[in-house]
Design a protein around this ligand. Structure first.
Ligand SMILES: *Cc1c(COP(=O)(O)O)cnc(C)c1O
Length: 847
């Protein structure tokens, strides 16, 4: 707050509470702010900082005399202080030796709370939830992003369903942000070189519990107007604007961390937008005297890249000309040639066109990489296998960690109340504990159901008010939208569908057979309503057409009042919909939904998923905790796919969803429904939380990366230098390594079921020592569709030194009993300093 003096003494704690986004997942804090002035709370967009600036002095005086309010404030403030100070944290307990290491998490968007709308969709919400769980778990992590003055656009819809985009300027003085300054109080500024001149940026700090999020902002007076606009909008502008934003995010982000005194041990790039950060780290290390090879290995060994985009075209890439315009001085400064530099990101895209891909750059500049669900891990390995020639698809070093949600952010307060009453006050400490959530069965069905009813009612009230604002706007236009009191019946089966309007998400799939849908909606005994929300990217005409289609149906007889489109999808609307909807509909075209997270917000609030088996859902679905639309079949023809999936959707609605919902006991409780909802809650809440997700990042990547980076850099990078010498030597000799004799296998490399053989191979190591390599037998099942998914490797021990650089390896190997296996042999480099066995990307196969 700028004028803190205006707060009466007794209300001083509001200052600290409003300035830390911890409030965004503490319902008591949110309710407290709302109770200050409900109207201002709504009109400010749930912004406590603006609220405190705008609320009248009388009201503040009144509150400071309100014993109840002051006590509540002090209690919440105490809770906040305890939260910030409590130690040891979960991370400190598990990894006491690593508490001085820091992870820097880079993302182009962060969705922490609707009052700081620095997000467009799932990627940003995920990043925000990642920070919150990092804070809860006590992981030392800082976030790095950009501060977009006009954020993403506001969405309004006219009477024809046309999306109207508008942009409101955010005022950082009225947000939970503070300018980062140096010890003399001067703003810290960094600069990046863009094409032919320096561009400056200041840094805003947002506190997210214990975690700090830094947002770079080019809107400073030193910059020319065109440069001030670099951080104007999220995903607006042309390719040139995009490259400038990403240089500022990646290169500027690293510089900002340095300027503030941070020495992060591990860099996590959330999607390729921040891949240039690796180039800046290369530059820094070379400036310290490392060679390119050394710097390159140091950067890779301390970086993690998370890919999110299973569509080739969705992966960020720039034309070489544009890259040249922005990076020529950069690579010259590093002493690199153009080709060597372009090779870092060179890719051939789906149109057989070569360009500079940030995904490829990020994969090259990180030893650690992952997709965001099991399916997406498979898709990513298949999509990027050309970067790893010779390595079998199933072993491509792109793992997966399935996305989650920050549970407390997305839980309705009524659910929290239910948990505290029936499960215990300790539910927060047990979010990852599967056993704990079984206690949800102790909640009486009628209580559970009553809570669902109340949340549906609350959603209806909230969204009706939103809808009313929209209708008032076109009071004079001709339209057939129903009146607010004719929509959103709080007592009927309510299906929610809210997401970005990207065509692959198939928002209109349920309208494929309009008559059949009409029947489902209008059964007098068992009516159904569907609520839609979501934005189409300003350049996505196909997405906008889908919005128009739904808005046409919303005005048509037979659908009016049953189909509602709520404009301006935001975290606030999302919270309402995921807690008030009975069913969450998700019908993307497989396998294009990398993970999806909105569906994870639903079961924790008692709702049930009705979803295509894509993204996270196959990992959650157990046959009893929701419904699977279609099956695993993927048709080449999208028409057939839509037909197949929509049939399945209608059938599920007609035969299961609707009957289950309306099958009531004598007290009006749908027992079968509640059973499924409880099953859904207890099987999903722990697994699809960012607490589980962040912990997995810690164990799989952050901790190994911290140890690796520390090891390689200690003693003035002595181990790094040794490692690079080894790598150079092995890379130089690798081309001449070859197999010669394979005995007991050369004639027939097929094992039949259960067969046993004594296999020996001779490898010419050409001066390499036998302990520098691993020789493996690889068995691939012959009859399986995806052979590499059924692959087994067996290490062959060294048997004899045959002299003259030749070594014999071998073992008695027994095949599995379930079919025929073809076998082959391969050599891989071996070194204890490799993060994983394919990190060198060197591999040699027996022909
Ligand atoms: C959760 C959420 C998303 C992500 O949902 P998907 O299932 O990935 O589409 C997007 N936007 C908002 C506002 C959300 O709350």
């Amino acid at each position: 707050m700028t004028d803190r003096k205006s707060l009466p003494d007794k209300l001083q704690p509001l200052e600290g509470l409003s300035q830390n986004l911890w409030f965004s997942w503490n319902h008591k804090a949110l309710q407290l702010f709302q109770s200050i002035d409900a109207e201002l709370w709504e009109s400010s967009g749930h912004n406590p900082v603006a609220l405190l600036q705008d609320v009248s002095a009388e009201r503040l005086q009144q509150l400071s005399n309100d014993q109840d309010f002051v006590e509540k404030l002090n209690r919440i403030h105490q809770e906040f202080q305890n939260y910030l100070q409590s130690q040891p944290t979960v991370f400190q307990q598990q990894f006491p030796d690593l508490t001085d290491k820091i992870v820097a998490y880079f993302s182009a968007e962060f969705g922490v709370h609707e009052s700081l709308p620095n997000y467009s969709g799932g990627l940003g919400i995920l990043a925000g939830d990642h920070l919150k769980s990092a804070s809860d778990l006590g992981l030392p992590l800082v976030g790095v992003g950009l501060f977009y003055k006009y954020a993403y656009f506001n969405q309004q819809l006219d009477e024809h369903g046309n999306q109207i985009e508008s942009y409101d300027a955010l005022d950082p003085q009225r947000l939970a942000l503070k300018l980062v300054t140096d010890s003399t109080g001067q703003p810290i500024k960094i600069s990046v070189f863009l094409k032919d001149h320096e561009v400056k940026a200041q840094i805003w700090q947002a506190d997210v519990g214990r975690v700090k999020l830094y947002l770079l902002d080019s809107n400073v007076p030193e910059n020319a107007p065109a440069d001030q606009e670099i951080t104007s909008t999220l995903y607006g502008g042309d390719r040139e604007m995009r490259i400038r934003q990403e240089i500022l995010l990646g290169i500027g982000g690293i510089r900002a961390l340095r300027a503030m005194g941070y020495e992060p041990t591990v860099i996590h790039m959330n999607e390729g937008h921040s891949a240039f950060s690796g180039l800046e780290r290369l530059r820094e290390l070379m400036e310290k005297g490392l060679t390119f090879e050394e710097a390159y290995q140091m950067v890779r060994n301390s970086a993690l890249f998370t890919t999110h985009t299973p569509i080739p075209a969705g992966n960020e890439a720039f034309e070489f000309d544009l890259m040249r315009a922005y990076f020529k001085p950069f690579w010259e400064n590093l002493g690199l040639g153009e080709q060597q530099f372009f090779d870092l990101g060179r890719n051939v895209n789906e149109h057989k066109h070569e360009n500079f891909s940030l995904t490829v750059l990020a994969l090259n500049l990180s030893s650690m990489a992952n997709g965001v669900s099991a399916i997406h891990g498979n898709v990513s390995r298949a999509m990027w296998k050309h970067i790893f020639p010779g390595i079998p698809e199933s072993e491509i070093p792109i793992g997966h960690i399935t996305n989650g949600i920050h549970t407390e952010t997305w839980l309705h307060p009524l659910m929290i109340q239910m948990f505290e009453e029936y499960l215990g006050k300790d539910w927060r400490e047990n979010i990852r504990n599967a056993e704990y959530w079984k206690k949800i069965d102790d909640v009486p069905d009628s209580v559970f159901w009553q809570t669902m009813q109340e949340m549906r009612q609350e959603m209806a009230d909230y969204l009706r008010a939103e809808y009313q604002k929209r209708l008032e706007r076109f009071a004079n236009a001709e339209h057939h939208f129903p009146a607010p009191d004719a929509i959103l019946d709080p007592n009927i089966l309510t299906i929610g569908f809210a997401r970005r309007f990207a065509p692959y998400k198939r928002a209109t799939l349920i309208f494929r057979d309009p008559e059949r849908l009409k029947k489902i909606l209008n059964d007098p005994q068992r009516p159904v309503q569907i609520i839609f929300a979501g934005k189409a990217h300003p350049h996505n005409d196909a997405g906008k057409e889908l919005i128009r289609t739904i808005n046409r149906f919303a005005q048509e007889e037979g659908y009016r009042g049953k189909i509602v489109f709520v404009e301006g999808y935001s975290m606030a609307i999302s919270r309402a919909m995921v807690s008030g909807s009975d069913v969450w509909l998700n019908n993307p075209r497989r396998p294009l939904e990398a993970s999806g997270t909105s569906g994870q917000k639903v079961p924790i609030n008692g709702g049930i998923n009705l979803s295509i088996m894509d993204g996270w859902w196959p990992e959650a679905f157990n046959g009893k905790n929701g419904w699977a639309i279609g099956d695993d079949i993927e048709f080449a023809d999208p028409e057939r796919q839509d037909q197949h999936d929509s049939q399945s959707l209608y059938e599920l609605l007609e035969k299961e969803v609707v009957p289950n919902f309306y099958d009531r006991d004598e007290n009006g409780v749908p027992l079968r429904w509640v059973k499924m909802a409880k099953e859904s809650l207890k099987t999903i809440i722990h697994q699809f939380s960012t607490h589980r997700m962040v912990w997995e990042y810690i164990e799989k990547y952050y901790v190994p990366g911290m140890k690796q980076a520390t090891k390689l850099s200690s003693n003035q990078f002595s181990l790094l230098k040794e490692h690079v010498r080894w790598l150079k030597n092995i890379s130089a000799k690798w081309p001449t390594i070859h197999f010669s004799v394979l005995s007991n296998g050369a004639e027939n490399r097929i094992f039949s079921a259960g067969e046993e053989r004594d296999i020996h191979v001779v490898v010419h190591l050409d001066g390499l020592k036998p302990e520098e390599v691993t020789v493996e037998l690889v068995l691939e099942r012959q009859d399986a569709l995806q052979r590499s998914q059924n692959m087994e490797t067996v290490a062959l021990p060294l048997e004899k030194n045959l002299g003259q650089g030749q070594y014999q390896y071998g073992k008695k190997v027994r095949a599995k009993t379930d079919g025929a296996y073809r076998f082959s042999c391969r050599v891989l480099p071996r070194n204890e300093n490799l993060l994983h066995k394919h990190d060198t990307r060197l591999i040699k196969w027996l022909d």
